[in-house]
Design a protein around this ligand. Sequence first.
Ligand SMILES: *Cc1c(COP(=O)(O)O)cnc(C)c1O
Length: 365
Amino acid sequence: MYVLAGELKMVFDLKRVLRHDLENLAPYQVEPSKNGLLRLDANENPFDFPLFLQEEICRQWRSGFFTRYPDDLAGELRKAISQFTGVPVEGIIAGNGSDELILNLCLAVGNGAQVVIATPTFSMYRVNSLIAGAVPVEIPRLKAGFALDLDRLSEIAANEKTRLIFLCSPNNPTGNATPVADIAALLEHSRALVAVDEAYIDFGGVSCLPLLEKYENLIILRTFSKAFGLAGLRVGYLLGNPGVVKELLRVKQPFNLSTFAQVAACTVLAHREEFRKMTDAIRQSRDALGQELASLPGITVFPSEANFILFRTPRPAQEVFDRLRQEGVLVRNLHGPGLEECLRVTVGREEENQIFLEKMRKICC
Ligand SMILES: *Cc1c(COP(=O)(O)O)cnc(C)c1O
């Protein structure tokens, strides 16, 4: 039967075709780069990428760099990561940033799965759980210094509904690291996968890498975006038990890491001493910056083992954030449950930290 034009008008209803459970999920928002703004908001490496390494990366140009698909399993890079970490190649997945690997973990445990998150922490654990249709359950870090609530975590880790637990150490945005013994204690009780995000491990805290051999359900996430200065190229990696990694590969997108990113990450790893100099400088600056900041009236500084500092202001965080922005300095406003009137500043180069402190003195005193 033919319907004459105009008689049966299809009405496209966008709401009808989209997932209702994502209606309240806000898209990830970042302030666009703007000239002149001092960006101390994204925990990036503040130093220039070494020119000789840029050149070395470009020298590895080969035919097919643009036209051919990249190595799907990032073989060379995984070999280099294996040498660096001691984890066999079969226990490594390279990701388009560790954000992709966080999503893959959520997709692998699946729809309706309970995913446990120790908050306040990195927002992508919750966001990617929701995108995967999983159910995030938040266990607040209520103790002094944002330590894990091990009793509650152990209890929920033993629950058969729990499939995946995210821990971040050193934790973004609070800056504290979790002792390896605490992670081991949790692993003893856990029937779920436990993913420890070590994005900031180059700045402090102790890696739980030695636990990988003992616990089949331990996963470690790392990134080249922070200490290794490759945030623009999106490279992260996951370390785990080869049996677990084999299953996780089912949800990996093919060719997820560009050839350029693979070559750059290999080069960076081969020259990691260059980056150690930078992380040493950042650690020193962090401690100095923390002390200076703590000396400002009314400011509470939380101890940090990462390349950023969380602090509480006596004035509304939004007001301090806006004033800093007017003065040309961008930080993160983290005001929210457990982080009332808190801001996070990334440790920059020494002269950048001094500019930030000068503006803070102007605003707060
Ligand atoms: C920045 C950050 C990441 C993201 O790393 P990418 O590799 O750039 O995706 C992951 N985890 C934490 C805790 C971070 O702060």
